[in-house]
Design a binder for this molecule. Structure first.
Ligand SMILES: [Ca+2]
Ligand SMILES: [Ca+2]
Ligand SMILES: [Ca+2]
Length: 444
């Protein structure tokens, strides 16, 4: 496969990466008055993507606040960025939910807690050497040695509501600031798949899942003639695109993108360059979907199916990707493209390449790829992982994901990737050809 085509994938999937971090003081007691002192009715604050600052004071009292992390985002840090007091330390901790039940002096009431200040005296002897100013308390609060008796949690904190206490007993007045970072949850962004498109079983099939966080507007498009600009020979002259639900019912079809939704498609900024190419823009409920690209006139050729989450600036929730099509040689390989976003810089995925399994029920596909070979490339086209037969190198790790291929000759890679664009390329050992399937799963 040529480098320019890899870069086409990277180009197509680059737009969602720019989630501009907000920087905001979400509450300042000097401006907005005292935070609640009632554990059952904390001051309710909704966090925004980016940095959120909470500024206040406590003197022999408690400040109670509940933070709501929006769907599709996670709290990645809770930094004690300012501490001014005559006392060595204060105390902070939290519980899941929109209020705090139980005894605030019982460690078992907290999911996690920490002392903070100049010489915070935490129970395990203190991994923080002295001052906590500038220190992210979240990983410390998640360490059971650091806060014995707490019920525990695993950072980052998922979407939801949490009630936090900031406390100072007798001994001083604390002025504090906590800086809370909210980032997109780990997810796969846009996807794209490319293969030879023929007739009958030789259609290009792209599967994807809309995640749990609610309806998403997606743009699907099918390209053929445009691929000639990327030096692809033998392109599909006239694509036809269908969108199906998880039960195989047809939801929408499109032949030529200007036919019915020209204005809506143009508004997404993703209109196909060629009038014979196809596009569909729809808002979809959570669930599994399949996009099928076929040749309108029956003449085979190389085509590309892409699925974009158009909710730019919000975490995408396309969680699984699968592509079925003909695996040929040269430029006619089967290619699955995806973008990893958020997740504090890392997303764990399983990529697998199937062939022989497709010949078995319930698929019963004739002419399958006999011996798949899989490679994973980064956005610059550099090969970062390869696998021939899945038991060869990562058998235990792949088994642990529950996604082990059914056949020993099939391929799988389990890997943690940084945010960015990737392509998974399926080919046949010994220049073998046939129908294959590339799948990409994001692990929880
Ligand atoms: Ca206060
Ligand atoms: Ca068409
Ligand atoms: Ca193989």
């Amino acid at each position: 496969m040529n480098r320019s085509l890899v870069q086409l994938f990277a180009f197509n999937t680059s737009l969602l990466l720019a989630v501009a971090p907000a920087k905001a003081i979400i509450y300042n007691e000097a401006v907005s008055g005292e935070l609640s002192k009632d554990q059952f009715a904390p001051t309710a604050l909704t966090l925004t993507p980016g940095l959120n600052s909470l500024i206040g004071t406590v003197a022999n009292s408690q400040d109670w606040v509940s933070f709501t992390i929006p769907a599709g985002f996670v709290m990645t840090s809770y930094v004690n960025s300012k501490y001014v007091s005559t006392d060595d330390q204060g105390f902070t901790g939290f519980q899941f939910g929109s209020s705090f039940s139980g005894d605030t002096f019982n460690p078992g009431s907290y999911a996690g807690y920490a002392h903070f200040g100049f010489a915070a005296n935490n129970p395990d002897g203190n991994p923080v050497a002295a001052s906590t100013v500038g220190v992210d308390l979240l990983p410390l609060m998640a360490n059971p040695n650091f806060d014995p008796g707490a019920t525990g949690f695993t950072p980052p904190l998922a979407a939801g509501t949490y009630t936090f206490l900031i406390q100072q007993g007798t001994g001083g007045t604390i002025s504090y600031q906590f800086d809370i970072t909210v980032s997109p949850a780990a997810a796969l962004g846009n996807i794209s798949t490319r293969a030879m498109v023929g007739i009958s079983n030789n259609m290009l099939i792209g599967g994807f899942m809309i995640g749990r966080t609610g309806p998403r507007q997606v743009l699907l498009r099918a390209l053929g003639p445009t691929l000639t600009q990327f030096n692809v020979p033998g392109v599909l002259a006239d694509p036809f695109l269908g969108l199906f639900d998880g039960s195989g019912n047809v939801l929408y079809t499109n032949d030529n993108w200007k036919d019915t939704q020209q204005a809506a498609i143009t508004a997404t900024g993703k209109a196909p360059p060629n009038d014979l190419e196809s596009a569909i823009v729809r808002t979809l409920e959570p669930g599994n979907y399949t996009a099928i690209l076929s040749s309108k006139n029956g003449t085979p050729g190389v085509g590309l199916v892409e699925v974009y989450d158009t909710s730019t600036g919000v975490s995408a929730e396309l969680t699984n990707v699968s592509t079925r099509g003909v695996v040929g040689t040269g430029d006619n390989l089967l290619i699955g493209g995806f973008m990893a976003i958020g997740g504090n810089g890392s997303t764990q995925v399983v990529v697998r390449g199937l062939g022989p399994t497709l010949a078995q029920p319930p698929f019963n596909v004739p002419g399958v790829l006999a011996d798949p070979y899989l490679s994973l490339r980064d956005g610059n086209g550099n090969v970062i992982y390869t696998n021939n037969n899945w038991k060869g190198t990562q058998q235990a790790a792949i088994n642990a994901t529950g996604k082990a291929p059914p056949n020993d000759l099939e391929s799988a890679i389990v890997v943690t990737v940084a945010a960015g664009n990737y392509t998974a390329i399926l080919s046949g050992i010994g220049f073998g050809t046939g129908i294959g399937l590339v799948e990409i799963y994001k692990l929880p």
